[in-house]
Design a protein. Sequence first.
Length: 301
Amino acid sequence: MLSKPSATGWPQLLTIAFWKTVICVIGIFGTNAIAYKYGTTYWNMWDICHVILENNWNGGVRFAIFLFAILMACSEQIKNLSSNLISFGADTACLLPKYININRGMVLGLTIGFVIQPWYILASAKSYLTFLTGYSLFLGAIPSIAVADYILRRGNVDVLSLYTAKKDYWYLRGWNWKAYVAYFMAIWPVVPGLAYQFSKDPSVSQGWVHLYQLGWLFCVFAGAFTYIALSLLFKDPAMTEARQHPWESYAKNQQELLGKENEGTVLQGSPPSESESEKVRHSLDKNVVKVENPVGPVLSV
C-alpha cells in the first residue's frame, strides 16, 4: 500500500513506458512476420486478418479471427470511451454547463467523430504516422505554457482559489488570453509544413518544411517564450503577488489542503482529527448557493 500520493509517480512512469514499448515491439514483430510470410507489409489489423483468411481458409482460422475481431471491437470501445469520450464530455460540460452535461457531451463527441471520420489519415501507415507526429506538435505547447506560468509564479499557487470565485485566477471572464495567444503563436508556424506532409504541394516553401521538422521542440520553446513575454508585459495582480514570495512558499502554508500535516503520525486504532482542509471544505459547503439543474439530472441524456 502506498504511503503518500507522490509515491505513484515513478511506478506509473516505469510501467507505462515499459508496456507501451512492449506493445509497439509486438506490433512491429507481427507486421514483419506477415511481410516475411506473404511478401507484403500490412499495418492495419483488418488487412492482416483479411490476408490470413485468404491464405488459410479453414474453420479453425475463421473462428480465431472471429474471436480476435470481437476482442478488438471491445478494446476499441473501451479505449475510446475512457480516453476520448469521457474527457470530451467533461470539457464540453465545463464550457456550456447550462446546456450540456457529461453524457450529452459524450454523445456530441461520438457524433462529431462519425461526421469528420478522417479516412485519408487512416488510408496508409505513412499518413497515420504523419498525423501522430503532427498531433504531438499541438500538445507540446500546452505543458510548456503551464510550466512557464509555474516558474513565473515562483511555484506559488493558491490552491483554494482555483476552486472558488476569487479574482486571482479569473483573468478575462475566466479566460487566460495570454495562454491562448502563446499557444496560437507556438503552433501556427508548423501548420504549413504539416499540411505539406499530406499534400506535397510544391508551392509550400521549404522554409516551412524545415520549421516543421523542428516540430515539438519549436512548439515547446515558442509557447513558453511567448507566454513569459506576455506575462511580463501585461502583469496581473495575483502573479505579481506570488513573485514577491520565496519559491513555493505558498505550499508551506497550504500543506493541510494536500493532506500532509498528519502524514505518518496517526496511531493505529485511533481516528484522525478533522483537518483544517476539511473545515475549509465544510465552510465552503455552507456558503455555496444551490442552483437547480436546468437540464435535469447529470446522469440523464
